[in-house]
Write a protein that binds this ligand. Sequence first.
Ligand code: AMP
Ligand code: MG
Length: 478
Amino acid sequence: MTFVKRYENISDQFSVVSRPKVSMMPELLLWNDDLVTQLAIPLVANEAAELLSGNRVLPDVEPVALAYSGHQFGHFNPTLGDGRAHLLGAFTDPQGQLLDIQLKGSGRTPFSRGGDGLCALGPAVREYVMSRAMAALGVPTTHCLAVVTTGDSVFREQAVAGAVVSRIASSHIRVGSFQYLALNDDKHGMRELMEHAIASHYPHITETGDARTVAFLSAVCEKQIELIIQWLRVGFIHGVMNTDNTLVSGETIDYGPCAMLEAFDFNQVYSSIDKQGRYAFGNQPNIANWNCARLAESLLTIMESEEDTALNMLTTAIGTFSDKFNQAYKAMWANKLGILEWRESDSELLSELLTLMNEHKLDYTNTFAALTNSIMAKPSNLFIVHEVIAGWYKKWQLRIAEAECTDIAKIMSRVNPAVVPRNQLVEQVIEQFMEVGSSDFLTQWLPVLNDPYNYEQQTSAFIEPLPSGANYHTFCGT
Ligand code: AMP
Ligand code: MG
C-alpha cells in the first residue's frame, strides 16, 4: 500500500510527527470487508491487527497528528488537535480519489493535553456500527475500516478494554483546521489548506482572488446543507456538532454521543452533556449555519479586498444558507411524503402530521415506513399506520392520488428507511462485545443494516423502538 503525505506542506505546526503507542496484544475484532473490496484497500485481515493498532508502521509511513482549534458547545478552544489519533497517510481509491487513513485511540500525541490518547472498546464498536449503517443509508460519512482491541486496559471510571478504530475519510480538514490557522495568523497555511480542500472536494471552483474564497465558502455551506438534510431524513442526531467535528468535505465524523431519533420531537437530545439542547435534532440546521459562519470568519483573514467589502462578500454567502436549506428541506419532506410537486398547502399537511407524531410520541422511522408500506403493492404487516393519524392519513391519500404516478411507493421507499440502527440495539451489541468479546446479534444485524430500504426482509426484532417512556442517554465517547 502506498501512502501519500497529504498535509505536510500546509504549515509547520499543522501536522506533527507522532508515533502510535505499541499495544500489548493487538487483535482484529471487526473488519469491514465490504469497504476493503469497494476501495480496493491492499490490506489483508491477518496483517490488520499489527498495522491498524499502530504496532507496526510501514517503512514509507510517517504518522502525524493534525492541529486544529474548535468551538465546543459554542466556546472557542484554541488548542485541540488530534489528541488520540494518528494519520498514517492517504491512498488513492479505484476512482482516483485520495482517502485518509487514520488510527483513533492509538496513544498520546503532542495534542493530548491531559488525555490518555486511548479509546475504549464501547465507543469503537459504536463508531463501527453507526458509520456502516449511515453509509448504507446513503448519508455522507467517514468509514470505519476495522476495530482492533489492544489487550491494554483503559480507565473510564473503571478499567475497560482498549481499542483502536481505523478511519477512512476523504480528508480530515475541519472548520476547526481553518480556525487554527486563522488564529495563528498563518495566511500562507490558510491558502494552502483551502487550495488543498478545493482540489480534493471542490475541483469545479475556477474563480480567482477573493471570489475563489467566497466560492469555497459557498460550496462548503452547500455540502453542509446536503449533509444535515440527510441526517434529518434518517433521524440522526450527531450530538457534538462542534466546529472541530465539522469536515469541509461534508462527511459525518466523530460518532460520539450520537443516536437515532425515536419518538418524533424536534427538541430531542440524547446526549447527557448537551444540557441546553444546542445539538437537538431540529437545531442541527442552525448549528451547521453557525459553524459555516465560523469558517467565514477564518476565511476573512485571507481576503484581499478592503475589510468592509470582504466582510460583505462573505456575509452575503453565509446569508444564502437559510434559503438554500429551506428549499432542500421542502424537497426532503416532499420525497418522504411521496408528494411530487410541493404546494404551499402541503406545508400544513406536513405540520399537521408532525404535530400528531409529536403529541402521540410516534416513532419517526416507523411512521414514515408505515406510510410507505401502506401504498406498496404487497404491504408487509410489520409496519402499520397508527390509528391516531387515521384522519390525517385520509387527507394524505387524497393528496398523493392527485398525481398520475404509479411509482410513489418506490420514491418513498428510497428515502424512508425500513430499518435504522436502533439505539437500544447498538447498546446491546456494545454490551455483548464488552461481556463476551463478540456479538452474534451483530452478525445477523449487519446484513439488515446494509440493506435499509428493503421492506421485505425485516423482522420485528430490528424495527422496534424503545418502549414508550423509556429514557435513552448517550455519553461522550472518550
Ligand atoms: P472529540 O470529543 O472526540 O471530538 O474530541 C475533542 C478533542 O479532545 C480532540 O482534540 C480530541 O483529540 C481530544 N480527545 C478526546 N479524547 C481524548 C483522549 N482520550 N486523549 C487525548 N485527547 C482526547
Ligand atoms: Mg472530534
